[in-house]
Write a protein of this length. Sequence first.
Length: 146
Amino acid sequence: MNMMSAMTKRRFKWHVMALMGLACLLVGPLGPVALGVPGSWVGEPSGVRVAVAGRATDSERIRPSSEIAAGHRLQSVRWRFSIAPGHRVDAWLCHPAQCIPLSSQQGQSDALAGKSATQPLWFRFRLPDGATAVSVTQLQLIAEFR
């Protein structure tokens, strides 16, 4: 029985190594992005200070990796940001083709699905009337594409 399990383990290792070799040949030096398989990119822009009610303040542009081939499309986005307790801001996530309102400090949306995944994204914030200045920190975006 030990001899059989040792042979089975060797065959399994050989099969795994063969599959890994095949995967390397298929993917090549450009990685899985070149195959059009699903992927994601993460951006963490610097925080911003929103100081004037009614005036929009944008984060820096969050640019995807240059390894994403043209033709890839966004599927969904996830975001997160923080503000001090007791403060409010109106928030959007923007793509050159469209801005979507964000209803909370963290969430997920497929409202940008179909838009180009190679374009930058950014956060936009605005103080509601009567609100005091606030810093928006810990900005994070995860863009999933295909």
